[in-house]
Design a protein around this ligand. Structure first.
Ligand code: PMP
Length: 429
């Protein structure tokens, strides 16, 4: 029988580290990554025939579960018409109308092919419209791997101990100011000093790349206030939170309206899609309407649009997000009970359809320093034990977990039973 270990060995021959995105390599977890053959609903099936209850969901897009029949049917229905034309298509307008309807702060929207492209383009636009170079981001927030944003980033960059990367010119990185997440005083002090030089703030409105850290009351409000006061653009990176934390994203959940929003993951239904959009007066500066250049050979790809539209349409069903949040709550409470019973220091944090587990004795984790102070070794052992029990958690202590509507109460109970065994194992010296 073919094993994941063999496939990983073969992959490493011609693919750097055997993977096309670093966090997939299970680096530091002392085991080879699992090679997946297929997925259905809440489950992944690996090449060895093992089933996993999946809380990664392709890193977010699979909010209604894997291989959603409606999404697949939408893609199939377009397939015979051709894969890409490089011309306008009606389905792009359907997608734009849908996004603008679901997220009212977006008046104009441009489709791209990844979250990285969305944030990179939004930053360029913010710099272009303000005529300023400096940008503000937050420590442990990840916005993709473009040069300006790969400074003190989270997730893969964090897991690998390289918060910033060689290859990012110092002359560019110096325009990126990194502040502590949830620190209102730091934001205010920064803007008092150089607010008139700042093009934009980009923020994950719920941080999902240093585990799951919701904004503290007043934090997003402060960002909105200083941006308005100093003429800076407020960019919400909702690549992860968009359509997940609530139908209208974190901005709907917390009631704060950004100037620009970046989308990815769910918006493409599992296909390579991103988007950025926002106020007409700002988006009107993008080419061909305005002078800020941005383009894409495959942007707005019809198959990708079909997948995204089919998925977004399903999320509009009344009560979808409440039910998703309820599932997350059941899972988190159950995990907490079992960790407490086993005498393991662990807390959970959550926002809508996303959650995180922190191995810490603290009662809350609000920022990067606190997230990285958690017990990485206990996480590693818990992750491995859960994997052995058939539960696929994110292979990094710095990634949020994702729930889907395909997770049944039985799947959650299965997960909690697995966790009970895993906590018992972790407790042993
Ligand atoms: N922004 C956020 C908040 C993300 O979580 C990610 C990816 N995890 C990105 C941007 C980059 O998206 P992509 O990987 O599609 O380039």
């Amino acid at each position: 029988m073919i094993t994941s270990a063999t496939l990983f060995e073969q992959a490493c021959r011609h693919i750097p580290g055997g993977v096309n995105s670093p966090v997939r390599a299970f680096k530091g977890l002392q085991r080879p990554p699992v090679f997946i053959e297929r997925a259905q609903g809440a489950y992944l099936f690996d090449v060895e025939g093992q089933r996993y209850v999946d809380y990664v969901g392709s890193w977010g897009p699979m909010i209604t579960g894997h291989a959603d029949p409606d999404v697949l049917a939408a893609v199939r229905s377009r397939l015979d018409q051709g894969l890409s034309f490089g011309t306008p298509t009606a389905i792009e307008t359907t997608m734009a109308d849908l996004i603008c309807d679901m997220i009212p702060s977006i008046e104009l929207v441009r489709m791209v092919n990844s979250g990285t492209e969305a944030t990179m383009s939004a930053i360029r636009l913010a710099r272009g419209v303000t005529g300023r170079d400096k940008i503000v981001k937050f420590e442990g927030n990840y916005h993709g791997h473009s040069d300006s944003l790969l400074v003190k980033a989270g997730s893969g960059a964090l897991t690998h101990g390289e918060p910033s990367s060689p290859g990012v010119p110092a002359s560019l990185a110096e325009h990126t100011i990194t502040l502590a997440y949830n620190d209102i005083d730091e934001v205010e002090a920064c803007f008092e000093e150089i607010g008139s030089e700042i093009a934009c703030i980009i923020v994950e409105p719920v941080a999902g790349n240093m585990n799951c850290i919701p904004p503290q009351p007043g934090f997003l409000e402060t960002l909105r206030r200083v941006c308005t006061e100093y003429g800076s653009v407020l960019i919400f990176d909702e690549v992860m939170t968009g359509f997940r934390v609530a139908m209208g994203g974190a901005q709907a959940h917390y009631g704060i309206e950004p100037d620009l929003t970046c989308l990815g993951k769910i918006v493409g239904g599992g296909m390579p899609v991103g988007a950025f959009g926002g106020k007409r007066e700002i988006m009107g500066q993008i080419s061909p309407l305005g002078p800020v250049y941005q383009a894409g050979t495959l942007s707005g790809n019809p198959l990708a649009m079909a997948a995204g539209i089919a998925l977004l349409t399903k999320l509009r069903e009344p009560g979808f997000h409440d039910a998703l949040a309820q599932r997350v709550e059941t899972l988190c409470h159950g995990l907490q009970e079992r960790a407490d019973a086993a005498g393991i220091d662990m807390i959970t944090q959550r926002a809508g359809g996303m959650f995180g587990l922190f191995f810490t004795g603290q009662s809350r984790v609000d920022n990067f320093a606190q997230a990285t102070a958690c017990d990485a070794e206990t996480f590693r052992r818990f992750f491995a034990a859960m994997l052995d029990e058939g539960v696929y958690l994110a292979p990094s202590a710095y990634e949020a977990g994702f729930m889907s509507s395909a997770h049944t109460p039985e799947d959650i109970q299965w997960t909690l039973d697995a966790a009970e065994k895993a906590f018992a194992l972790v407790r042993q010296p």
